[in-house]
Design a protein around this ligand. Sequence first.
Ligand code: BYC
Ligand code: FE
Ligand code: FE
Length: 488
Amino acid sequence: MLKDDVLGEAVVEINYDELIPNNVDLANDARLKKALERWQPKYLDWWNEAGPEETRDMDVYLRTAVGVDPKGWARFGHVKMPDYRWGILLAPKEEGRVIPFGKHKGEPVWQEVPGEYRALLRRLIVVQGDTEPASVEQQRYLSKTAPSLYDMRNLFQVNVEEGRHLWAMVYLLVKYFGRDGREEAEELLERRSAHEDKPRILGAFNEETPDWLAFFMFTFFTDRDGKMQLASLAQSGFDPLSRSCRFMLTEEAHHMFVGETGVGRVILRTCEAMKNAGITDANDIEAVRALDVIDLPTLQKRVNFHYGVTLDLFGSEVSTNGATAFNAGIKGRYRENKLEDDHVLTNDTYKVSRVVNSKIVEEEEPALNAINGRLLDDYIKDAGAGVGRWNTLIKKIGINFEITLPNKGFNRKIGEFSDDFITPEGDVINEELWTARQDEWLCTENDARYIQSLMKPCLEKGKYAGWIAAPRVGINKQHSDFEYVKID
Ligand code: BYC
Ligand code: FE
Ligand code: FE
């Protein structure tokens, strides 16, 4: 049994075979087991130091994955989070699988790291791994202001699963990369979101998640980058990476659900409150805020922010890194196996948007170089579908307002548009004008303060804070006053 050894005092026998649910035959891999036994206490230290604050004694109704079949990965029960069984689970091996794309297309997939791609693979696994604990750190303080026990539980479910995603990448590092893999695994626990000297690697993961609207937007927009990137890595010719990512995607679906329904419930509550008060003008911010709900224009500003920050996560639209990873058979495209082309792309082109003479135009680029740009466009379509479902909610209640995704050049720091100043409508303007107008598009301090003022915890069973609607159904079909988190 795992005991409280956070202070490094108690020396307790831990049965890792039982503690770490796995389908990688951990019991018979002495080297891997030893490496993980060294890493696991450090992971727990990290969880206690940087994970959800003051939650150690809470009993949380969580889903734990103990196997990869539907029965195995949907086990529910109340657990204390430090006792959560973070497992190492890979999707089942597909016999005869071949590399689906790139210059090795058709060759058998690699079960070991191909020497020539070692550095490239390690870098991608580290970048992927780095985002997982980063998001947990960003969400550290949110439980203090949870709008309900149901939402608090969903936050924790996302947190423990991001923790498991870190385990998934650490497994690959320590199993396949020897000493430097073990070093990377330790460094993944040392960097911290927004830390001055040792920040997380990618931009969005050093931003704040200061309130629950930000959390829902993050899980809708930024976890969706997770989905797209994992889907591309799931195509990898390095089979252990592919199998890891395929299983991670099953968990990602829940994160997406939390984001989409979270924002949806905010919208629903706002629209209902407006309707009840007889307010028809969604842009009458003062009147709507007087109802203690989040006005839709402010919600739109949050969409604008999270969208741009997340688009930056795709890297430069035109990228030799992207080309190299594709060519090498290491990172494919979204749904590569469903695409109908030669999967080699040496003779293809792809249209990339950029500013030419103060106008956004599309220009053909060699398809290989535009791999990142293509994934970005696939992401935009996927996110757009979710936004469409929000708009259906608004329409149904009869409020006249439409949430839109800004132009993809809006507020970008990475890639083709990083030097441009573009409005959400896609007009190219100058820096001065953009800066003068940014309060129309992005939350001001005043907006943020207003949202923060609503963030009062609501922890009574079956109750919800006034700015968010109750969910339609409970987790695992639980009844409406189910105690998702036992706090004392
Ligand atoms: N911030 O050729 P470039 C998730 C760096 S989210 C800072 O333009 P490349 C999750 C880049 O690293 C999914 N730096 O792009 C979600 C490179 O640096 P080096 C995470 C950035 O390399 C929610 C240089 O700029 N997974 O799972 O083709 C909660 C030039 O790069 C940024 C992955 O991203 C940025 N935004 O593509 C929890 C998959 N963008 O190497 C979890 C693995 C670029 O020259 N990673 N740079 O020092 C990748 O596939 C690629 O690394 C990227 C960048 C797509 C991120
Ligand atoms: Fe993740
Ligand atoms: Fe996620």
